[in-house]
Design a protein around this ligand. Structure first.
Ligand SMILES: *Cc1c(COP(=O)(O)O)cnc(C)c1O
Length: 375
């Protein structure tokens, strides 16, 4: 059986987790949490990286920090994971879904401006498959209309747009370290931002509404309840697991890109013959091989392909059911403009096995089976 995903493991994880236990510090903000944050701040040229319990929670923190309130509108793609939307629904905001570009599956920047009303407060680009959205255009629109930008960079860790790390371009960036992502701590994430003005409130929200972070730095002599908050800081045990992977981030990235490039080369003849479509990587993007997908002719072909692959012991998967067509999406939002590509393209997309240490013989099997299907 060739799995669709295997959680990344480099070998040093257990040693670092034992180290955290020896440090007598397994709650949040211990040695490994700090190591991970500092590493990302340096590597991605980010002013602040706060490790969180998930990307969902990083998005929730970002939603609080943007100060969206009931009645405000948030522009986002419908083709995304539910968390992109949930975080803003929790603040009472109304979702305004905009169509995607069929080439990158990202929010179509050319359609954003038409969806802006006097209630719009935030734009949420999602860097699908670790391929950046057209950020120059999006930031320019946001500046012109005084909107904030929250990048859902769950899939975009260690990927770049015109040389800038995804997650560091908007007002906030949100990373995921879920076991299905490139770098993992089981469940986890990070909130990224540049503006120092957000630091104090972000730390308070993350620490149950208290100024405990300041207390630990010796900046206040007791800690108090300052504001609304929750428990968004992960255990140092999880951070220790992540640290083993960040230390080997280049190796993991290269390994995934090797698999990605292999799929892309080997499947090109099928694309040239018109059977499938392959991912499109714009010139500005330096992606992280988070995902390799192909698009079949239609929904029916995709179903047959997935069945065929399963019979060959290979797991391939599809996603997302567009949010605007789901019960909660209808309740909390509306689709602005025409759904030209969101539904149609989502029904054609299928993801191939992709993970750190995907064996050469396994990816050969995957390609062989797809070729057989189309014979
Ligand atoms: C994985 C993912 C999330 C959620 O990440 P968690 O860390 O599991 O909360 C959010 N948005 C997108 C686009 C994702 O792929």
């Amino acid at each position: 059986m060739i799995d669709f995903n295997v959680p990344p493991f480099t070998g040093k994880e257990l040693e670092y987790m034992q180290q955290a236990i020896k440090n007598k510090k397994i709650c949040g903000d211990g040695e490994f949490t700090k190591k991970c944050s500092h590493w990302m701040e340096e590597k991605f040229q980010a002013n602040h990286v706060l490790l969180t319990t998930s990307c969902t929670h990083a998005l929730e923190m970002a939603a609080v920090l943007t100060q969206v309130k009931p009645g405000d509108e948030v522009i986002l793609p419908s083709y995304t994971f539910v968390s992109t939307a949930d975080a803003f629904v929790q603040r009472g905001a109304t979702l305004v879904f905009v169509d995607i570009r069929p080439d990158t599956m990202n929010l179509d920047e050319r359609l954003i401006e038409d969806a802006i009303t006097d209630k719009t407060k935030v734009i949420v680009p999602v860097h699908y498959a670790g391929v950046g959205c057209a950020m120059d255009e999006i930031m320019e629109i946001a500046a012109r209309h005084h909107l904030m930008v929250v990048e859902d960079a769950a899939q975009g860790v260690y990927a770049y747009y015109k040389g800038r790390a995804l997650g560091t371009i908007g007002d906030f960036g949100c990373y995921s370290f879920h076991e299905t992502k490139n770098y993992s701590m089981g469940e986890g994430g990070a909130l990224v931002f540049q503006n120092n003005d957000f630091l104090e409130r972000a730390e308070i929200i993350r620490e149950k509404g208290t100024d405990r972070s300041k207390f630990f730095r010796g900046q206040v002599d007791k800690y108090r309840w300052m504001d609304y908050g929750s428990s968004y800081l992960p255990s140092d045990l999880n951070a220790a697991y992540l640290w083993a992977q960040l230390e080997m981030a280049d190796t993991i990235r290269k390994d995934r890109l090797d698999s990605w490039n292999y799929y892309n080369e080997e499947l090109r003849p099928l694309a040239e013959a018109g059977y499938i479509e392959q991912p499109f990587i714009p010139d500005y993007a330096d992606h992280n091989a988070h995902m390799y997908y192909i698009k079949t002719k239609d929904l029916e072909t995709r179903g047959r392909l997935i069945d065929f692959m399963r019979k060959h012991d290979i797991l391939t998967v599809f996603h997302y059911v567009p949010l605007h067509s789901a019960p909660a999406g209808k309740k909390f939002g509306r689709f602005h403009g025409e759904d030209k590509y969101t539904t149609k393209e989502s029904e054609r997309l299928v993801r191939l096995p992709m993970y750190y240490h995907l064996k050469e013989e396994d990816r050969e099997q995957v390609v062989k089976a797809i070729k057989e299907f189309y014979e």
